[in-house]
Each structure stands twice: as C-alpha cells, then as structure tokens.
Ligand binder design. Structure first.
Ligand code: HEC
Length: 201
C-alpha cells in the first residue's frame, strides 16, 4: 500500500517536471512576428525579405498551416500535370535533356548510352545498353517511369529530376538511340555517301 503511494507520488513529480520543461520550451527567449527590437536600426525584430524574394503563398493559401499545405497541393497538381504531358520536341528540349542526362545518367550509362559509364567501370552493376531492340521499342512513358521510380538496382530520380526534365532526358535518349541505329536512307546525302564509302549499312 505504502509502496503504491510512493510510486504514485514519484509519477506525479516526474509528470510535473515534464510539464514545466514543456512550458519552458514555449517560453524560450525569441521574437514574435512584428515585435520590436533594439538590435536593428529600423527597430523591428523581423528582417525584411531579401530583394527579389518570391512570395510562396498569398490569399487563402497563406492562411493555412504555415501556407505549406496549399503550396504542396498546388505543387503536386502541377507536377502531376507535367508528368502527364510530354512537351513538344524542340532543339532547346534536346539541349536540356543532354545537359540533365550528363549530370544524372551519364555516370553509369556512359555518354553513348551503352551502359559503360565511369561508375559502372568502377564496380557498380553495368546498366543495359539503350541500343537494344527492347529499349528502342519501349514507349517514351516507360523510360519516363524508369527515371521516376528506378528499375532493379537503379534508384529513382523523382526527387532530383522534375517531370519536364525527365521528358527532356527521354527525348535525348531517343536521339542517342537514333545516333547508333539510324537507317542510312534517312541520313543527309553527304553523310550517306560517307557511310557508303566506308562500306557500312
Ligand atoms: C548509379 C548508376 C545509374 C545511374 C546514375 C542511372 N542508372 Fe539507369 N540503370 C542503372 C542500372 C544498374 C540499370 C539496370 C538495373 C537492373 O536491371 O537491375 C539501369 C537501367 C536503366 C534503364 C533500363 C530499364 C530496363 O527496362 O532494363 C533505363 C531506361 C535507365 N536505366 C535510364 C536511366 C536514366 C534516364 C538515368 C538518369 C536520369 C539513369 N538511368 C541513371 C544504373 C544507373
């Protein structure tokens, strides 16, 4: 009986200590928004945003849970839209794709796309070459999904490569594939003659 009472007392004391610590966290020294301070010449505790700061949320969204929820919803929606719609192929898209490919894919897949990049040469499992019928025939969406989710031992790039850039990379992989498997008839005449002179198909 007495032991029980002591245990109950100990519990109560512990809980009280805990509560005080929680309160201390609320009461810690800090400035609230719009509070005054002698620290800065303008007398304000909060600092004005640096020039060219972009407003992250305004209106109703700004009022919801630090504006984060609304912003994330808007962002998710935009990302979903971009993932659905491949942008039209343009030179700028290919240049962007080449640049992003060089950063994110080339280390393993190599500049040529044959899977013999420097990382693979140093021990990472060799990726398959892009220059095989299965990957040539695979739809753009398949390549897009591999970038998004990864494939086998390759991890996904959804967090680093936004949808628009994934489409740009897919377009560039198509260009790489074409570079290794173009029908001779489709080459510009000067190149066609050169290939013919070298006796290749
Ligand atoms: C760290 C090395 C590495 C990087 C970086 C990398 N990959 Fe891969 N990738 C691999 C490996 C390894 C495989 C084979 C995975 C398996 O089959 O287990 C692979 C497979 C693939 C495949 C073939 C999937 C299939 O059906 O066989 C595609 C397409 C691909 N990667 C595209 C990309 C693109 C695009 C990027 C850049 C955004 C990229 N990879 C970045 C290592 C990498």
């Amino acid at each position: 009986m007495r032991r029980g009472a002591i245990a109950a007392l100990a519990c109560a004391l512990l809980a009280a200590g805990c509560e005080r610590q929680m309160q201390d966290m609320y009461d810690q020294p800090r400035f609230d928004p719009n509070e005054g301070s002698t620290l800065w010449p303008d007398g304000r505790a909060d600092r004005p945003p640096v020039p060219s700061t972009v407003v992250a949320a305004t209106g109703d969204i700004a009022g919801t849970s630090s504006a984060r929820r609304g912003r994330e919803e808007a962002q998710d929606w935009r990302v979903a839209q971009q993932a659905q719609t491949p942008p039209p192929i343009s030179r700028a898209l290919l240049v962007r794709g080449q640049e992003r490919y060089s950063i994110y894919c080339l280390p393993c897949h190599s500049p040529l796309g044959d899977g013999d990049g420097p990382v693979a040469q140093h021990g990472f499992p060799h990726p398959p070459t892009y220059h095989q019928a299965r990957l040539r025939d695979a739809p753009d969406r398949y390549l897009f999904d591999v970038i998004t989710n990864g494939h086998g031992v390759m991890y996904g790039y959804a967090d680093r490569v936004p949808p628009q850039d994934r489409w740009a990379i897919v377009a560039y992989i198509r260009a790489l594939q074409l570079s290794q498997d173009a029908p001779v008839a489709q080459l510009p005449p000067a190149l066609r003659d050169k290939v013919a002179a070298e006796g290749r198909r």
